[in-house]
Design a protein around this ligand. Structure first.
Ligand code: COA
Length: 388
């Protein structure tokens, strides 16, 4: 008996309710806008309001999947993030509650910078291989927040991607071959007492590229497809120009030409959302699948990088009929529903993130999405739902 294909059966995205045009940031900081649009490959960034966080974005993305498929068969929820809201409790447990998922399920949070959603996806594939009738909900959700006036400021963002991993997937089967690379490096981290990340941007670019080449070589050594057998690529995109740098580095490493047509479409959502850390690679996949090109039967090469650092290169095959399950219109509406903020309003929202847990506080619901962070009571975070 041949083993069933296992992979992504459905994928849905969410982002924060405000948007800052990087042209506005450029004007306010006296930077040539070309640096943001061309040098970094970013046009906008999503900015969370006071009632938004990784839980509300994760629940909003996952809600779209539950609405289509129900909760039946989901026995595991993996919540991947590097902007966790609690040191102990998985953000996934709040999502589990907000969505009314079965009590007969396990829920866990995974952390390794921007990489951990890929670990979740691979672990999910393993669980489904053991029990092919089961389903795993993987949620990647993050808020990228840096110091104001730092070099990294224009590469902030926020977003979530939810994926339903099953046997006989409708969107993308994940191939077993995978390439791994881990190296200790202090390129990016967030100390326990900080709401903003610490980043050595230049070092992170070098560490990313080293990780990419290392993971690629390991992928090939473990039976991965040859470069000519990979039709399109998507990468982790801390800023979308990083995908261009990675693509160029791989071409140099292999001594070949690689057309930018093989990855360019993957950058379209990330250009408008900014860095969504764990979700960024999967926003790239969403952008590819939502595009006009018919990718049926095509192999997608995927590079996942998490600072610190862990890298993985793997691939999936787009399934026939996948277009009946993609969400270009829904995502376009989501991006259009964000409220534009000017630079002072964005800075006020940035400052509002410094919320402690020592005092009870009530946060009014205001985002256009169905789930809200409602404040803190007795040091515990509270959430509200416009719907269950
Ligand atoms: N028009 C076009 N391009 C321009 C430009 C202009 N007017 N001005 C500058 N640029 C280009 C630069 O030449 C440079 O291109 P290059 O990368 O090909 O050298 C690019 O824009 C960035 O400029 P640079 O001066 O290097 O930017 P910076 O020092 O302000 O910082 C980052 C850029 C990416 C290092 C910074 O934004 C950062 O740290 N971001 C966070 C990265 C991260 O998240 N890493 C961790 C996860 S991988």
């Amino acid at each position: 008996m041949t083993a069933p294909l296992i992979g992504i059966h459905d994928l849905a995205v969410a982002t924060a309710g405000h948007v800052l045009e990087l042209d506005d940031l450029a004007a306010a900081t006296g930077v040539d806008p070309g640096k943001f649009h061309i040098g970094l490959g970013q046009d906008q960034m999503s900015v969370p309001g006071p009632d938004e966080d990784i839980v509300t974005m994760g629940a909003t993305a996952a809600r779209r999947i539950i609405d289509r498929h129900g909760v039946e068969g989901i026995r595991t929820v993996f919540f991947a993030t590097e902007s966790g809201v609690d040191q102990s409790k998985s953000a996934g447990v709040w999502v589990h509650d907000l969505l009314g998922l079965p009590s007969t399920s396990r829920v866990i949070e995974l952390k390794q910078a921007c990489y951990s959603a890929t670990a979740a996806l691979q672990a999910a594939a393993g669980l489904v291989a053991r029990e092919p009738g089961s389903k795993v909900l993987v949620i990647a959700s993050d808020v990228a927040r840096y110091e104001l006036d730092s070099a990294a400021e224009p590469t902030q963002g926020a977003g979530a991607v939810a994926m339903l991993v099953t046997a006989d997937p409708a969107l993308l089967s994940i191939e077993p071959a995978t390439g791994l690379h881990t190296a200790h490096v202090d390129d990016f981290w967030r100390p326990n007492d900080s709401v903003t990340a610490v980043v050595d941007g230049k070092l992170s670019i070098d560490a990313y590229l080293d990780g990419f080449v290392g993971a690629w070589d390991d992928y090939r050594a473990h039976g991965g497809a040859d470069i000519d057998e990979i039709d399109v690529f998507t990468h982790h995109q801390p800023f979308t120009r990083m995908a261009a740098k990675a693509h160029r580095r791989l071409a140099e490493h292999l001594g070949t030409e690689l057309s930018e047509d093989r990855y360019l479409r993957s950058t379209l959502y990330n250009r408008r959302i900014g860095n969504s850390y764990t979700a960024s690679l999967y926003f790239g996949l969403a952008a590819l699948l939502d595009g006009d090109d018919d990718l049926t039967g095509k192999r997608v090469g995927m590079f996942s990088y998490g600072s610190g650092s862990v890298s993985e290169f793997f691939a999936g095959v787009v399934q026939s009929g996948y277009r009946e399950h993609t969400r270009a219109d829904e995502t376009a509406e989501l991006l259009a529903a964000r409220t534009r903020v000017d630079v002072p309003a964005y800075r006020a929202l940035h400052a509002a993130a410094h919320l402690g847990s020592r005092q009870d506080v009530t946060v009014p619901a205001q985002s256009p999405w169905p789930y809200h962070f409602a404040g803190v009571r007795g040091r515990a975070r509270q959430y509200s739902a416009d719907r269950t």
